[in-house]
Design a protein around this ligand. Structure first.
Ligand code: F6R
Length: 613
């Protein structure tokens, strides 16, 4: 969603802002803008479309100055247009604001301000902020900081803000409530950004602002206050990953790079968490063994891809740790009455740790007295700060909008957590644990093997990419794989794709099958009857002349005899096959998208982290 960058220091802000905004492009946006202070005046350039449009505008009408704020907008209130792009100003043009989030009571505030004579130019909710601040200044606020505080006390909803005053030219103001914002600490300069990658080439020292905090940033100093004016001691943290982690490293897209990073990410998670006895160790894990033994229920909440990871986690916990588990979409969980009590452990899964619905679910659950364990990829994110325990997936920054390495890392996190919880609860024997650990250790090589088949997968995608729709079928552990494979295809190739539990096919989707429909069947060998049932489903598709693309265990002649195309994967334990199988489907979606000519790293309409409901 919207990206914010800001700079205060002694050099020209514009290149810093543009570079930062480029590094935030992955979040998704439809317009962009910057504002800088020059000779006591606010200068603004903004326009609809990609950053290159803004760069063109800046070539035609160059800007230089500091401090400055920049923004990429993902439209919520008002269509993508030049006038709705940020920064927005007050009536006098002396206050400029960039905003990520939604001001829920903006209509009522706007009405009130219009009655007082404020002239609004855009359809956005954001524009009320500079006008509110202007109003507070006119109404006797002690100073600019006080005006910001007073204005924000009236705003309901979520915001991350960067604010400039033409009449306070040494200072960049920032505020956060419910939307992510960090402060970067440089030498004689400060930055703000929605996310660390935006400023990582400038500094690796950051302050993670908390909700309800305002930062007052000068070239030489940063102060942080609460909305009621109390000073807070900012804690400066060192970011662990390097700037290279957010480069493409020779790959044509971030998504392809991230698909290829999976063996390394998985290997290092296993190496970190499996000890020489085959036991899962979770260093720093703060849920006591007694609590885990007494667990009555687990509830997993998440969105999108992370929801599919949760579905997989449920099967593992139920089968190996014998805990009753429910999964829910965070956006649904919030609005039902899930009957959880303090005996329920909430597991929130989120790559970004900033997803609005997931955060809202966690807050609700905590109100009900539940403990929260999060599985998260971003250190310092809001989710990790609001959880009782965190499992970091440590996949490194994921820039491609469609999640790949974060997903397989989430699946691995569930494997490791399950082994840990199952051992504490005594539901699996020592020898079974060791055997599972050995099988886990084979996963990175198996993923590597699938990556080695990418030319074959590209050919298969090339045959099937041009239809209007496709169906993905899987069972048990690979039902979430079917959903995730279909989601990947939809997101990046824009081909409609439907994921289904294969057993449900006869209850409706079978009507879709004809000689044109690609049907992706995940049918890797298992030791239980699921394999036979999948074979029956494939036969049903074959009988209706569907175009079967099977993900199958290598040398499986039965499947090969039924399918038009086969993507071979190594023989894996049933429980762990989804971590390998999904990689084949990531590549299938990728090559379909490439053949359809889409913008793979920045698919239309999508935002990397969904920070509004
Ligand atoms: C799909 C994708 C999304 C996210 C979802 C939740 O490729 O990335 O479906 O999984 O928006 O995001 P996080 O995991 O950041 O909470």
């Amino acid at each position: 969603m919207c990206g914010i960058v800001g700079f205060v220091g002694r050099r020209n802000a514009v290149p810093v802002l543009l570079e930062g905004l480029k590094r935030l492009e992955y979040r998704g946006y439809d317009s962009a803008g910057v504002a800088v202070l020059l000779d006591g005046q606010l200068q603004i350039r903004k326009c609809v479309g990609r950053l290159r449009n803004l760069e063109q505008q800046l070539q035609q009408a160059p800007l230089a100055g500091a401090p400055g704020i920049g923004h990429t907008r993902w439209a919520t209130h008002g269509e993508p247009s030049d006038v709705n792009s940020h920064p927005h100003t007050d009536s006098s043009g002396r206050i400029a604001v960039v905003h990520n989030g939604i001001i829920e009571n903006y209509q009522e505030l706007r009405r009130e301000l219009e009655q007082k004579g404020h002239i609004f130019r855009s359809e956005t909710d954001t524009e009320v902020i500079p006008h509110l601040i202007e109003n507070e200044l006119a109404d006797g606020a002690a100073n600019f900081e006080d005006a910001v505080r007073r204005a924000l006390r009236r705003a309901r909803g979520a915001y991350a803000l960067g604010i400039l005053f033409a009449d306070d030219p040494e200072i960049l103001y920032a505020a956060r409530h419910g939307s992510p914002l960090i402060v970067g600490v440089g030498d004689g300069e400060h930055f703000i950004a929605s996310d660390v990658p935006a400023i990582l080439n400038e500094t690796s020292r950051v302050i993670y602002l908390n909700d309800g905090e305002i930062a007052v940033l000068k070239a030489d100093g940063a102060s942080v206050f609460t909305l009621d004016g109390r000073a807070v001691r900012p804690e400066i943290k060192k970011v662990e990953f390097q700037a290279e982690a957010i480069e493409r490293a020779g790959f044509e897209t971030f998504m392809m790079k991230e698909i290829h990073e999976q063996p390394r990410v998985l290997r290092s998670l296993i190496a970190k968490h499996i000890d020489s006895n085959g036991h899962a160790q979770l260093p720093g894990f703060s849920l006591a063994d007694e609590y885990i033994k007494g667990l009555a229920r687990i509830m997993i909440v998440s969105c999108g891809t992370a929801y599919h990871a949760g579905m997989y986690g449920r099967l593992l916990f139920e089968n190996l740790a014998h805990v009753p588990v429910e999964t829910d979409l965070a956006s649904e969980f919030r609005y039902r009455n899930p009957m959880v009590d303090p005996g329920t452990l909430i597991i929130a899964v989120s790559q970004s740790g900033e997803t609005a619905d997931t955060l809202a679910s966690v807050r609700l659950a905590r109100k009900w007295g539940c403990k929260v364990l999060s599985i998260c990829n971003v250190r310092g994110s809001t989710l990790t700060r609001e959880s009782d325990a965190v499992f970091y997936t440590e996949a490194g920054p994921e820039i491609g909008v469609a999640s790949t390495k974060a997903y397989t890392a989430q699946l691995m996190a569930f494997c490791l957590l399950t082994l840990h919880i199952a051992r504490i609860r005594g539901t699996i024997s020592d020898s079974a644990t060791r055997e599972l650990a050995r099988a886990l250790q084979r996963i990175p090589d198996a993923v590597h093997y699938v990556l080695g088949r990418k030319d074959d997968i590209q050919k298969i995608a090339g045959k099937h990419h041009d239809g209007p729709s496709s169906l993905y079928l899987g069972r048990k552990y690979n039902y979430p794989t079917a959903l995730e494979g279909a989601l990947k295809n939809k997101e990046i190739s824009y081909q409609h794709a439907e994921g289904y539990a294969a057993g449900e096919m006869k209850h409706g989707p079978i009507a879709l099958i004809n000689e044109y429909l690609p049907v992706v069947c995940i049918c890797t060998r298992t030791e239980d009857e699921v394999y036979d049932k999948m074979i029956s489903n494939i036969k049903e598709v074959e009988a209706r002349h569907g175009r079967i693309i099977a993900v199958a265990t290598e040398n499986d002649r039965t499947v090969a005899g039924l399918a038009e195309d086969v993507i071979s994967v190594p023989d894996m334990r049933d429980e762990f096959s989804p971590i390998v199988n999904i990689v084949a489907l990531q590549l299938l979606a990728y090559y379909a998208a490439q053949a359809r000519g889409t913008d793979i790293d920045k698919p239309r309409n999508l935002a990397k982290s969904v920070t509004v409901e």
